[in-house]
Write a protein that binds this ligand. Structure first.
Ligand SMILES: [Zn+2]
Length: 99
């Protein structure tokens, strides 16, 4: 549901989306207050007058969350790669050491 309000992230006035409602974007459910919490650990104060977020801030939030998830995913794969490298090094050391 969109209503004339101020964005809680930048104070822009306009027809904005509700922070706590669920919306669908690219077949994925998104709740902007949950995304703020997940990405930045921010919990906005509850206010009945304005609980909205503008389209520009939604784009920034999506981009930030996407980047955070990318970094976490990369870290996971990096750690797996490092462990595999260590195992390979030890295995090669064992073969070379046994001859
Ligand atoms: Zn905004």
């Amino acid at each position: 549901m969109e209503s004339v309000n101020v964005c809680r992230c930048c104070l822009a006035e306009g027809f904005h989306r509700d922070l706590n409602s669920s919306y669908t974007w690219l077949d994925k459910k998104e709740i902007y207050s949950d995304m703020l919490l997940e990405c930045f650990n921010i919990v906005l104060s509850a206010d009945k007058k304005s609980n909205s977020i503008c389209n520009l801030c939604i784009k920034s939030l999506r981009s930030s969350l996407c980047f955070k998830q990318q970094v976490l995913k990369t870290e996971f794969h990096f750690i797996k790669w490092i462990r595999r490298e260590k195992k390979t090094r030890w295995r090669n050391f064992g073969i070379e050491g046994g001859t």
